[in-house]
Design a protein around this ligand. Structure first.
Ligand SMILES: [Mg+2]
Length: 486
């Protein structure tokens, strides 16, 4: 008669999944980590103690004070800090965080500690961290960088002229702060294409009559970190234009040796070959009616339009690729690229862009680092504002090189800029931006919409050429506008 198994044998049997470790990579995994943020989840757990202990405000504040102290220590000790042990994924902090002050401000407005049924949520902690970061930077701010899609405008959209964000940005520029849009959109040095997407902002620059020195503080970085353009305003023009800045000008500073100009084209091509092969394999296996784009520094997957229906009759994705599929394609690409990762001499990013999926050579972190050198500013004097701070996002790389603010929508960016203006420039600047935007919106009611310039499209329509031209935001191709619905 067999003997009873010991506790440890029973335990190991329970975990026996009948395969060798080498087979595990082929098994399905629910990659939960891609949707989590280690620091926020940990803070949420810490605050839960205060919630279950009866919601004493003092308990929450003591917790925040403790975390503030841990962050101070982490800034000194780095990987040997207590915080690193508690939250292994925690990154660098380029300033202290004023968590107690931020929590008190947030609580005073939203009564977090008065709630009986709902503890502080992930998004509330994200808001408090944002606020604590802005309070810490305060008057030391010298550079603000923005993601484009879903931060300044909706995914694949354009900067609306009615957006109040433009007058907030104008106040930053007037106060001597460098402002950069760091975007994955890549039209190389073709200024007119970025101008189409930012036209609402560039028109307001002209209306505000920014001086040559002021307008020169606004830049756009295309393709994550590859193409820099500077704004220029000719007297009498109704829109500012974007002029290419030569690679040698902004990549030759102290940090230039790690800038994109130093990465051999052959190394980029081999990397993109792997990325493209991964996308094509995913497309075939998952029957995605997608179009795969190969650019000089990126590979993308976008909705493929009618043409792909014939290729995958039983497939999906001609107009919109499901978010689950975009996540799956990105995670497969990450897995495939991991096999060659040790040979790579440059950073890269793989991300679900909301409506598309991309593998890019370089990162926004590289852009922020090169620009700090170009503008002679330090990491603690910069903030990057973006919406993609999860593992399959393309803003997360900036955490290593500057302070960051994580927003979810352009509306949230507006609130954040209210705080930036108030803390860094003064309440009068915040009020002036709001009043100017309100007055301009009122004035605009009597103006013709869009000034007659070409509009933008996310679709790949097949229509007669007599219709007005629109730009495909993914490819930069100009094409005929879709038919007006009857
Ligand atoms: Mg974005």
């Amino acid at each position: 008669m067999p003997s009873e198994p010991t506790a440890s044998a029973a335990s190991s049997a329970a975990f026996d999944i009948l395969c060798e470790p080498s087979e595990l990579s082929t098994r399905n995994t629910d990659d939960v980590a891609k949707r989590q943020d280690g620091l926020i989840d940990w803070i949420k757990g810490m605050l839960m103690h205060s919630f279950v202990l009866g919601n004493q405000t003092e308990s929450y504040v003591t917790t925040m004070k403790y975390i503030e102290t841990l962050i101070k220590e982490h800034r000194i000790k780095g990987n040997s800090s207590r915080l690193k042990t508690l939250v292994p994924t925690v990154d660098m902090f380029h300033t202290e965080l004023h968590l107690v002050e931020a929590f008190n401000m947030y609580n005073a407005k939203y009564s977090v500690t008065s709630r009986k049924h709902v503890p502080p949520t992930f998004h509330e902690i994200r808001h408090i961290l944002n606020l604590s970061q802005l309070l810490a930077i305060n008057v030391h701010l010298k550079m603000v960088s923005f993601d484009g899609d879903q931060t300044l405008y909706s995914d694949g959209g354009n900067f609306e002229e009615k957006s109040g964000l433009s007058y907030q940005i104008i106040e930053l520029i007037r106060a001597g702060i460098n402002v950069v849009v760091i975007t994955a959109a890549n039209y190389e040095h073709n200024g007119s294409m970025y101008e189409l997407r930012l036209q609402g902002l560039l028109r307001r620059f002209a209306k505000a009559r920014l001086s040559p020195a002021e307008i020169a503080r606004f830049h756009v970085m295309g393709g994550e970190c590859h193409y820099l353009l500077r704004a220029q305003l000719t007297p009498g023009d109704t829109i500012a234009h974007l002029i290419a800045v030569a690679h040698e000008v902004w990549q030759s500073g102290e940090g230039g040796k790690n800038c994109p100009m130093s990465w051999p084209i052959s190394a980029r091509e081999s990397f993109l070959d792997v990325a493209e092969a991964s996308f094509r394999a995913s497309q075939s296996e998952l029957k995605i009616r997608a179009r795969i784009l190969r650019k000089k520094t990126s590979v993308g997957m976008i909705p493929g339009g009618e043409a792909m229906v014939k290729v995958f009759p039983g497939g999906h994705g001609k107009d919109k690729i499901k978010s689950e599929i975009l996540d799956e394609v990105a995670l497969r690409a990450i897995e495939d690229i991991a096999k060659i990762k040790s040979d790579l001499i440059f950073p890269y990013c793989v991300f679900n862009g909301g409506r598309d999926c991309w593998v890019d050579v370089g990162t926004k972190g590289v852009a922020a680092k090169c620009l700090q050198s170009y503008f002679h500013v330090t990491p603690g004097e910069c903030i990057h504002i973006g919406d993609q701070f999860l593992a399959i996002g393309n803003d997360i790389s900036t955490r290593a090189v500057c302070a960051t603010v994580w927003i979810e929508t352009p509306k949230e960016t507006y609130k954040i800029l209210d705080h930036v203006l108030r803390f860094s420039l003064g309440k009068d600047k915040m009020e002036r931006a709001a009043a100017a935007a309100a007055a301009d919106d009122l004035d605009r009611v009597t103006q013709p919409a869009n000034g007659g310039v070409p509009s933008l499209s996310l679709d790949v329509p097949e229509v007669p050429a007599v219709r007005p031209k629109v730009m495909n935001v993914y490819t930069g191709e100009m094409m005929s506008a879709p038919a007006t619905p009857k």
